[in-house]
Unconditional design. Sequence first.
Length: 281
Amino acid sequence: MTGTPFASPNPDWTPETTTAETGPGITIADAPAVLAKPNELHLLAIRPGQWPSSFPLTNRPVAAAPTPVEYQPLTAEPISQRGLIIGFVVSPDLSAVGLHNFARPGTNVGAMLEYRLAPRWSVQAGVLRSTKIYNAQLSDYTWTGKRWAVIPDGVVGQCAMLDIPLNLRYDFVLHPHSGGRQPDRWFVSAGTTTYVILNEDYTYNYAWPDNPAIKFRNWRVDSTSRYGFSQLNLSVGFERTFSRRLSWQVEPFIKVPLKGVGFYKIDLLSTGAFLSLRYKF
């Protein structure tokens, strides 16, 4: 029949079969060789493929999936809140006899040691070099008569002294920090001060400064004198940490007289605000 789309089969060709018994036929591995012979490409379509008898990975033991490791953030070990602290202290000093007639400010400069007994309690001691300037009225002094032909109306005093405080501090508010930093603190403190006066300078003011009977206009006392526990210390303050060991502190204070000090035994009141830089060991 003419016009048939398929050619007549070749009666002399018998297709080969491949089984497990007769041996390997054309496999996937034979494809490159067959592709090299274009006239045999039809063999790939009529020959069944063969799977390998074994896979190289099938004999390996199956390992369990590793246990996931939980992420642990790195945190700095906090420093113990107990321990020794050293602070370098500076402040203005406003002094007067009573609560009036304040003169120009003096200064306080020194060092303080603090030992923290518990998270909120600590004891403090230190040494400050203090310059106190004050005005006093006639009634604030006891004048020892015959030396003074003319009694002054007032005195301007300037004393250089060592201020040796001993205080107990309580931190009533703590603001914790992360990263091992110490907490910020609001605190109050109370204690006493011992004064060691190094020298005293006095300038006398008179109602009639040109009076020829005036004998004393200025006087200086260079002898050292000690006045133990002569002042009551009261303060409130705030401490702010900016690293694991360093902090700064501001501390308004008042020193209330418990007994008279100086050559004239005056009741000297002082106030100001300490600014401290502190290091914790």
